[in-house]
Ligand binder design. Structure first.
Ligand code: IPE
Ligand code: IPE
Ligand code: MG
Length: 250
C-alpha cells in the first residue's frame, strides 16, 4: 500500500515544503485501550519516529511538531511531569539516530519554561545537529502562537520607542522576522490528528494560507499510510491565495 502511495506522491511532484502537525489524541488512544494517558504519549513517540523518517525520505524541508503547548502547563502536575520525563528520555535516546539521518533539530517556544534536564538535552541536541542539511525538525515546546505574537509586538514597539524604526514601517515582513519561525517558510500543510477541528494556539500568523487536514486518527495511530494520504489530499487541492481558479491555472 505505502509503496503505491509513495509512487503516486512522487509522480504528482508537488510535495509540501513544510508540514506542521498538531499531534493530538494520545490520551484518548490510551483510554480506548484502558491504559493510562502516559502510555498514549509513549506510543506517540513511535509515530514521531516514523513520520520524521518518512518526511526525510520524501525530502520535505521542514516538519514542525506541536509537542507541548503553553496551555498544556495547565494539565495535572503528574501528567506534565511524566511528559517532561518522556521528553528527556526520548531526546537522549533518539538524538544520535536523528544526527545519523542528517536531521537538524530546532525548537520554537519558550525553552526556559522547561525543567533543567530536558532543557539542557534539547540545547545539546540542537548543537549536535546544527550543521545537518536534511530535514529541519522543529519541535514546538511550551509554544503558544499568541504569546509568540506578543513577544514580537513588544520587540517592535521597543524599536519604535527607541527611534530605531517608524510605526508606519511595520509590515508583514517585519512581524514575520520577529517570530520564532523567522527562518522557516510558512507551513504548506497543517495536519491535526485526534478528530478536533481547531488550531489550539498553533502558528496563527504563519498558517494564514496553509492547507488544513483534520483526521480522526489518534496520533499514536498516525503512521506512514496516514501521512501519505494526507499529502495526496494536499496535492489534489488548488491553492488560490485570494485569486480565482482561472487565474491560478493559467
Ligand atoms: C496530545 O495528546 C499530546 C499533548 C497535548 C501533549 P492529548 O494528551 O491532548 O490527547 P487527548 O486529546 O487527551 O486524547
Ligand atoms: C494541542 O492539543 C497541543 C498539542 C498537541 C501539543 P491539546 O489537546 O492541548 O488541544 P486542546 O486543548 O484540545 O485544544
Ligand atoms: Mg488533546
Amino acid at each position: 500500500m505505502s509503496k503505491l502511495l509513495r509512487k503516486q506522491i512522487l509522480e504528482q511532484g508537488d510535495i509540501p515544503n513544510h508540514i506542521a502537525i498538531i499531534m493530538d489524541g494520545n490520551g484518548r488512544w490510551a483510554s480506548s485501550k484502558n491504559l493510562p494517558r502516559i502510555s498514549g504519549h509513549q506510543e506517540g513517540i513511535n509515530s514521531v519516529r516514523e513520520i520524521v523518517q518518512i518526511c526525510g525520505e520524501l525530502e520535505i524541508s521542514h516538519l514542525t511538531l506541536y509537542t507541548f503547548s503553553s496551555e498544556n502547563w495547565n494539565r495535572p502536575k503528574v501528567e506534565i511531569k511524566a511528559i517532561m520525563k518522556l521528553l528527556l528520555r526520548t531526546i537522549n535516546k533518539e538524538i544520535n539516530n536523528l544526527n545519523k539521518n542528517n536531521v537538524r533539530l530546532s525548537i520554537i517556544g519558550d525553552l526556559n519554561d522547561l525543567p533543567k534536564d530536558p532543557q539542557q538535552a534539547m540545547i545539546e541536541g540542537i548543537n549536535k545537529t546544527k550543521n545537518n542539511t536534511g530535514l529541519n525538525l522543529i519541535l514546538a515546546l511550551s509554544y503558544g502562537s499568541r504569546q509568540e505574537l506578543i513577544m514580537a509586538f513588544k520587540r517592535i514597539a521597543n524599536k519604535v520607542e527607541k527611534g530605531k524604526m517608524k510605526s508606519e514601517d511595520i509590515s508583514q515582513e517585519i512581524i514575520t522576522r520577529e517570530l520564532y519561525t523567522c527562518d522557516t517558510p510558512d507551513p504548506d500543510l497543517l495536519i491535526r490528528t485526534g478528530g478536533e477541528h481547531r488550531i489550539s494556539n498553533f502558528l496563527l500568523w504563519q498558517s494564514a494560507y496553509t492547507e488544513l487536514y483534520m483526521t480522526d486518527s489518534f496520533w499514536p495511530d498516525f503512521r506512514e499510510d496516514q501521512l501519505l494520504n494526507a499529502i495526496i489530499d494536499y496535492q489534489n487541492r488548488q491553492r488560490r491565495f485570494g485569486q480565482t481558479s482561472e487565474q491560478v491555472s493559467e
